[in-house]
Ligand binder design. Structure first.
Ligand code: SOE
Length: 410
């Protein structure tokens, strides 16, 4: 399909890590794929005019604004890309959908189930008017992950018995790391659970085609107080009980961490599989370590984000003498998404998953298809997040281990 000359004028809200990743994808997608409509980086929005002006120039946006409502009110914007902290996802996405804009919203969809329900309902209403919406679970669009799903769908693993997923980081192991927005419940909704746990919840449901029906969880906040970031002296009031000024001699202002540092849970999936999930920001040495293993009656498959161009595949139907995990290099033209890039063996990276995301979103809008994951899919993830948080809070399935009467060597 050649580009028809039709264009989609994109307005993006936010310019931090995800804003940069999305910008790279918007800059690239037209050059890599022959799309039915051309994505135009029309407008970027951020609260600080100096910083957003610099971001517009650095990231390649035609113009900038400091008011997201201005972006949504403009009739020369077709798509709104929400790359802000979770506490503004609902307000921005709901306004954009009501204004007839297609919406791509970063994960997790919202900070609460209530917000997610409102967003999913608004997306369904807007869909009837031809407005498309999608949630940015980008790891679905790593070619190896899409191939993992295909192996399961083709029955190559047989009946799925186990799902084993971890997402491990260590960027806040230092207790002096400041109290950034990701560590504040009112901004982020939750901690490791919603930020990285949401990814492995979505990814495992996508790959297996099964949904999580029940969980039993524990969460922990290892470091409960952290230094306030330099620019948020306003928090000093609550931290120091003062009038907004840090009290002399009170030492560095600190504030409470109000989210989980780690979340671990077991789950049942509706196809009968048993699953374990671990999301932690205290896995010292693990920088962005997402790994999923699926065990079935006919085989197993393993995806490791640190080796995202590969899959490990165990085919239990092979002759016993030939059994073993094989390493599939997912770079052939026939592999998902790979025909657009380089010859076999020339690997791609983390950022390419965002380009694939934008390609699928633009094609869905241009062809009138419904992109996935939808806001309804993302609501289901939000419901799992909420169930994990409630299970951890209730501790209902927790059974204490009776201490041994006599000291024993362990
Ligand atoms: C957390 O640090 C984070 O940026 C997540 O928010 C992203 O979704 C993930 O892709 C990388 O890590």
């Amino acid at each position: 399909m050649s580009t028809t000359g039709k264009q989609l004028r994109v307005g993006m809200v936010g310019y931090a890590f995800m804003g940069a990743a999305h910008s790279q994808a918007w800059r690239t997608v037209n050059r890599v794929y022959d799309l039915p409509a051309r994505a135009r980086m029309a407008l970027i929005c951020g609260r600080d005019s100096g910083k957003v002006a610099e971001a517009a120039d650095r990231l390649g946006w035609e113009a900038y604004t400091t008011d997201w409502r201005d972006l949504i009110d403009r009739d020369d914007i077709d798509v709104v890309d929400v790359c802000t902290p979770g506490d503004s996802h609902a307000e921005i996405a709901l306004a954009a959908l009501a204004a007839g804009k297609h919406v791509l919203c970063e994960k997790p969809l919202a900070n609460t189930v209530q917000e997610a329900r409102e967003m999913a309902a608004a997306a369904a209403t807007a869909q009837a008017a031809g407005v498309r919406s999608m949630c940015g679970f980008n790891y679905r669009r790593v070619p190896a992950v899409t191939m993992m799903r295909q192996l399961v769908a083709d029955g190559r693993l047989g009946v799925i018995r186990h799902v084993r997923a971890v997402y491990l980081q260590d960027w806040i192991v230092d207790p002096q790391f400041p109290l950034v927005w990701r560590l504040q419940k009112d901004r982020a909704g939750s901690g490791a659970l919603g930020d990285i746990g949401a990814h492995i919840i979505d990814l495992t449901q996508y790959v297996t085609g099964q949904r999580i029906t029940g969980v039993s969880a524990v969460t922990e906040t290892f470091v409960k107080e952290r230094p306030l970031p330099a620019e948020s002296s306003g928090l000093a009031a609550s931290a120091n009980g003062g009038d907004g000024q840090v009290v002399d001699g009170a030492g560095p202002a600190t504030g409470p961490v109000t989210v989980d540092d780690a979340a671990l849970f077991v789950a049942r999936l509706d196809g009968g599989a048993l699953a374990t999930y671990e999301a932690s920001r205290f896995a010292t040495g693990r920088k962005n370590a997402l790994r999923v293993e699926i065990n079935g009656s006919l085989g197993s498959v393993v995806f490791d984000l640190e080796r995202l161009n590969e899959l490990e595949f165990y085919d239990a139907t092979r002759p016993t003498a030939e059994q073993g995990f094989s390493r599939i290099l997912v770079t052939e033209g026939e592999h998902p998404y790979m025909s657009a890039w380089w010859p076999p063996g020339h690997i791609i990276g983390y950022e390419h998953s965002f380009t694939h995301q934008m390609r699928d979103f633009v094609e869905a809008i241009a062809t009138g298809a419904d992109p996935a994951p939808s806001f309804a899919d993302a609501l289901q993830v939000q419901l799992v997040l909420d169930a994990v948080a409630r299970s951890a809070e209730l501790g209902s399935s927790w059974t204490e281990v009776e201490p041994a009467l006599a000291a024993v060597a362990v």
